[in-house]
Design a protein around this ligand. Sequence first.
Ligand SMILES: *[C@@H]1O[C@H](CO)[C@@H](O)[C@H](O)[C@H]1NC(C)=O
Ligand SMILES: *[C@@H]1O[C@H](CO)[C@@H](O)[C@H](O)[C@H]1NC(C)=O
Ligand SMILES: *[C@@H]1O[C@H](CO)[C@@H](O)[C@H](O)[C@H]1NC(C)=O
Ligand SMILES: *[C@@H]1O[C@H](CO)[C@@H](O)[C@H](O)[C@H]1NC(C)=O
Ligand SMILES: *[C@@H]1O[C@H](CO)[C@@H](O)[C@H](O)[C@H]1NC(C)=O
Ligand SMILES: *[C@@H]1O[C@H](CO)[C@@H](O)[C@H](O)[C@H]1NC(C)=O
Ligand SMILES: *[C@@H]1O[C@H](CO)[C@@H](O)[C@H](O)[C@H]1NC(C)=O
Length: 466
Amino acid sequence: MAHSTLPQRLLQAVLLCLCTTYTSALTLDTTSAASIREVSSQVAHGLMKYYTGNNTGDVPGNLPAPYYWWEAGAMFGEMVEYWYYTGDTTYNTEVKQALLHQIGDNNDYMPANQTKSLGNDDQVFWAFAAMTAAEVGFENPPDGSPSWLALAQAVFNEQTERWDPDTCGGGLRWQIFSFNVGYNYKNAISNGGLFHLAARLGRYTGNQTYIDWANKVWDWYEDSALWDAKDYVILDGASTTNNCSDGSKEQWSYTYGVFLSGFSYMYNHTEDEAWLTRIDGMLNTTTATFFPEGMGPNIMVETTCEPLGNCNNDQRSFKAHLSQWMAVTAQLVPKYHDRIFNLLAPSAKGAAGQCDGGSDSVTCGRRWNSTTWDGTYGVGEQMCALGVIQANMMNVVSLKPPYTSVSGGTSKSDPNAGTGSSGTSSEGGQAIHLTPITTGDKAGAGAITAVILLFLMGGTAWLLIA
Ligand SMILES: *[C@@H]1O[C@H](CO)[C@@H](O)[C@H](O)[C@H]1NC(C)=O
Ligand SMILES: *[C@@H]1O[C@H](CO)[C@@H](O)[C@H](O)[C@H]1NC(C)=O
Ligand SMILES: *[C@@H]1O[C@H](CO)[C@@H](O)[C@H](O)[C@H]1NC(C)=O
Ligand SMILES: *[C@@H]1O[C@H](CO)[C@@H](O)[C@H](O)[C@H]1NC(C)=O
Ligand SMILES: *[C@@H]1O[C@H](CO)[C@@H](O)[C@H](O)[C@H]1NC(C)=O
Ligand SMILES: *[C@@H]1O[C@H](CO)[C@@H](O)[C@H](O)[C@H]1NC(C)=O
Ligand SMILES: *[C@@H]1O[C@H](CO)[C@@H](O)[C@H](O)[C@H]1NC(C)=O
């Protein structure tokens, strides 16, 4: 074999690198637990690369700008699920640290650094993460810290105190404080969030007060302009300035997920057939709206923004929640299992096919109907891919259903958590200071890995030359 010249060797090194980059797309076999575990692990690794809260000098639980605080809560909730689905404990210590660092002075997920801009939906996503930790038996917080369950109960207690019968006949406003834009908006995710949390607390504790609240929120919701009962359509929100006389028609996948799964916890606990009908109708609309024919088959799409390519950072994560909440529905209402995995399995395969982007070759894009990376990346894309891929574990192995206090759950109840704290007033909010969200630093892990790739290329070239 002839000796190659130095330039030739360099070229070989670069080609080797590029080949590696472009041939290692993730291939998912949705019928194999080992494959789901392996692909989930790669995607989770990519997700946690965005997390800087564990770096010296940074704040545990926060994501760097431009990601909002709520999304970090949603991400850590997903990482609790990651452990539940795969058994991989790699990130547990970091996840637990993050979930406890952000509880705030009143143990209610209203940390002073975030209070000023906090919406009910932001707060409830952290409560969902804590609730998940209680339900899947994630390791409990140390003595002296509130339990996972108590954290969720604190958020419930505060949000029910914010219930506002003075406009629109009831409902929760989007924002907590009157000085924030959005205080005049009653929306699906905030009310769906309280409904969903109440249903889970009711099922976990068996305490009827939570079930009564879930019914109360739903009773208001279904009579409001935020719901089209005939077609099972969720409207995004309505304004208190006109007494919620008309709703915004924007469709978002996570609002469907939050209600669908809330119905499922309610049905699983109460066995009231009325919830089954709602689950059925909601699955019909969810399928028609977010698994549209012509962008499929059976591929989840964030319909309102994804085809236009204009999803914002929040919206880019929504499919993660719909995936998880459809999977929970399959678990709690087994008659819908097959119908749900007929959608989630192809979507997961599609998502894995999008995870061959970036310089690490496992960065995930957004459009799951093509195996050519669409060029998008970020916490949202990574979360969505992980959410739908790991959820397929439920289709191949038998996972313990969410615990209740009488079926193995060990998280201690504190029904009075959060009561009497300043978090319940719409005027207050210590609002010490707010971390500014800048538009810079958007490049995130993609840019970082590009730099790493350059290093690797340099390194490989150096090895070949040496
Ligand atoms: C990051 O978290 C892990 C797990 O808690 C810990 O071992 C490590 O020391 C942390 N790193 C930093 C820089 O804090
Ligand atoms: C609040 O922000 C400051 C400044 O970034 C930080 O030092 C502190 O750790 C944060 N507090 C919490 C509880 O996250
Ligand atoms: C506002 O809407 C609620 C619920 O639909 C209704 O009960 C109430 O009378 C309305 N208030 C006004 C001032 O129209
Ligand atoms: C859901 O769709 C199926 C098939 O079209 C239909 O039979 C069923 O009645 C629908 N469910 C509800 C609650 O409307
Ligand atoms: C994939 O989805 C995009 C919208 O996100 C759409 O424009 C495109 O036509 C779809 N391609 C296929 C092959 O379905
Ligand atoms: C509730 O969920 C469990 C766990 O999947 C399941 O075994 C049980 O049948 C469900 N109950 C109802 C009423 O569907
Ligand atoms: C049930 O929950 C309510 C509301 O938080 C609380 O007041 C009550 O003490 C709880 N009951 C039990 C038995 O825990």
